[in-house]
Design a protein around this ligand. Structure first.
Ligand SMILES: Nc1ncnc2c1ncn2[C@@H]1O[C@H](COP(=O)(O)OP(=O)(O)OP(=O)(O)O)[C@@H](O)[C@H]1O
Ligand SMILES: [Mg+2]
Length: 367
C-alpha cells in the first residue's frame, strides 16, 4: 500500500471557474523523494496544501496509510512543512525555532534539548543556536526551517520551493544537503519546484503538472528519455519542434511541409494514421552541425542558415534558421538550436552561411 493516495481529488477555489487541482490521482510511496514540477499556477502548492490539511478537497479522497485524512487537522497529520512563506519566528533564537514543534507537543524539556541539538547537527548549524534569524544568511535560515520540519521525526516532509530565494551556488549546496538528509533519514519527501534541474537532482520520481493535472509521473531519466507528450518534452530540458505529417501508417517516417522525409521514433500515445499532423521533437544536445549534409553521418539532415553562434562555456549554442517549412505554415521562419561541445564545432563557421543539422532517428520523437 502506498503511504499517501490521492483518489480523484478536485480543488475549486471560490469564484474561480477552473479547478486548481483537476481529478488528481497520485500515490506516494513510503521513503520516496517525489517532486511536483510545473509552470506557475499549475496546482503544485494547492496539492501540497491539500496534503498538509491547510485546504480541503472539493471532491475526492486523500488517504494516509489507507485511512482517509479529511477529518484530521494539520497538526495531527505528522507532516513537517517547509514553505517559502513559512518564515522563522523572528523573535526566537535558532534553538527556540527548532524546539517549537516539540514544545507545542508538550515534549519533556531535556528531550527537547537533545532533539534540537541533533536536528541542528543534521543541517550543520550546531554552533548557531543562540542567533536570531536576522543574524543568519538566507541559506542558513532555510536550513533552520528544514531542521524545524525534521525535529519531530515526521513521516512526511513537505517542501514548497524552499530554495527559490537563494542564489545558484547556495541553492545547489542545499540541494545536495537535502539529498543527503533524505538518504540518511529515510523520510518521505514531497518537494515543489518549477526548476527542472532541481527536480532532476533531487527526485526519485517527478510529477509534471500542467493546469491542475499530472501530464506524466516517472523517474527523471524516463521523463527525459521518453516524454509522454510535447509539454513534458519541452518542460524537461530543451526541445526543438517542427510540425510535420506522418509519411505512412507505420509511423516511423514524417514529412516536412516541403516534402522532406525524416526518420524518428513515434511515441506510444500517437495514433499511426497516414498524413496525420504530428510534432517532431529533437533535443539540442542530439543535433550535429555540419557545413552541409554530406559532412554529417546521420540519416536525417535539415538545411538552414546560421543565425547566431554563442559561446556558453561548456558548449556552443548554434542557432539555425531552417529551410524546411512547417506543415500548415508557409511564412514564419523556424529556428532550431544545437548545443555543441567545443571540440565538435566545425571550424570557420560564419553567421549567415548555409549549415546543416543532423540527428539520428532514435534521438527524435514524434508526437
Ligand atoms: N486561495 C486561492 N483562491 C483562489 N484561487 C487560488 C488560490 N490559491 C491558488 N489559486 C489558483 O489556483 C491555481 C493553482 O495555484 P497554485 O498556487 O496551486 O499553483 P502553483 O503551481 O503552486 O504555482 P506557482 O509556481 O506560481 O507557485 C492558480 O490558477 C491560482 O490562481
Ligand atoms: Mg506555488
Amino acid at each position: 500500500m502506498a503511504l499517501i493516495e490521492f483518489e480523484h481529488v478536485f480543488k475549486r477555489y471560490p469564484g474561480s471557474s477552473n479547478a486548481a487541482v483537476d481529478d488528481l490521482n497520485l500515490h506516494i510511496e513510503a521513503g520516496e523523494f517525489l517532486t511536483l514540477l510545473g509552470p506557475s499556477g499549475s496546482g503544485k502548492t494547492t496539492t501540497l496544501m491539500l496534503l498538509a490539511g491547510f485546504e480541503a478537497p472539493s471532491e475526492g479522497t486523500i488517504r494516509l496509510d489507507g485511512q482517509s485524512i479529511e477529518s484530521l487537522p494539520p497538526h495531527q497529520r505528522n507532516m513537517g512543512v517547509v514553505f517559502q512563506s513559512y518564515s522563522l519566528f523572528p523573535h526566537m533564537t535558532v534553538a527556540e525555532n527548532v524546539a517549537f514543534p516539540l514544545s507545542v507537543r508538550k515534549v519533556d524539556k531535556a528531550v527537547i534539548a537533545d532533539k534540537v541539538t541533533a536536528a541542528l547537527a543534521k543541517v550543520h548549524l550546531e554552533t548557531f543556536t543562540h542567533r536570531k534569524p536576522n543574524q543568519l544568511s538566507g541559506g542558513q535560515q532555510q536550513r533552520v526551517a528544514l531542521a524545524r520540519a525534521l525535529v519531530f521525526e515526521p513521516r512526511l516532509v513537505l517542501m514548497d520551493e524552499p530554495l527559490s530565494a537563494l542564489d545558484k551556488k547556495l541553492r545547489e549546496e542545499m540541494q545536495l544537503e537535502i539529498r543527503r538528509l533524505h538518504r540518511e533519514l529515510g523520510v518521505t519527501m514531497v518537494f515543489v519546484t518549477h526548476d527542472q534541474s532541481e527536480a532532476m537532482t533531487l527526485s526519485d520520481r517527478v510529477a509534471v503538472f500542467n493546469q491542475g493535472r499530472i501530464e506524466q509521473l516517472a523517474t527523471p531519466q524516463s521523463l527525459y528519455d521518453a516524454p509522454a507528450n510535447p509539454f513534458v518534452a519541452s518542460f524537461l530540458g530543451d526541445n526543438n519542434m517542427l510540425n510535420c505529417t506522418l509519411a505512412d501508417a507505420s509511423g516511423a517516417g514524417v514529412r516536412t511541409a516541403n516534402g522532406q522525409l525524416l526518420q524518428a521514433r513515434i511515441s506510444a500515445s500517437t495514433a499511426r494514421v497516414a498524413d496525420a499532423t504530428v510534432k517532431l521533437c529533437v533535443r539540442p544536445e542530439f543535433l550535429q552541425v555540419g557545413a552541409d549534409c554530406a559532412a554529417l553521418a546521420t540519416p536525417n539532415c535539415l538545411n538552414g542558415t546560421l543565425v547566431d553562434l554563442i559561446h556558453q562555456g561548456d558548449h556552443w549554442r548554434v542557432v539555425v534558421r531552417l529551410t524546411a517549412l512547417e506543415s500548415g505554415t508557409h511564412s514564419a521562419p523556424l529556428q532550431w538550436f544545437a548545443k555543441v561541445s567545443p571540440g565538435a564545432l566545425p571550424p570557420g563557421l560564419i553567421v549567415g552561411q548555409n549549415v546543416s543539422l543532423g540527428f539520428r532517428p532514435e534521438d527524435a520523437w514524434v508526437f
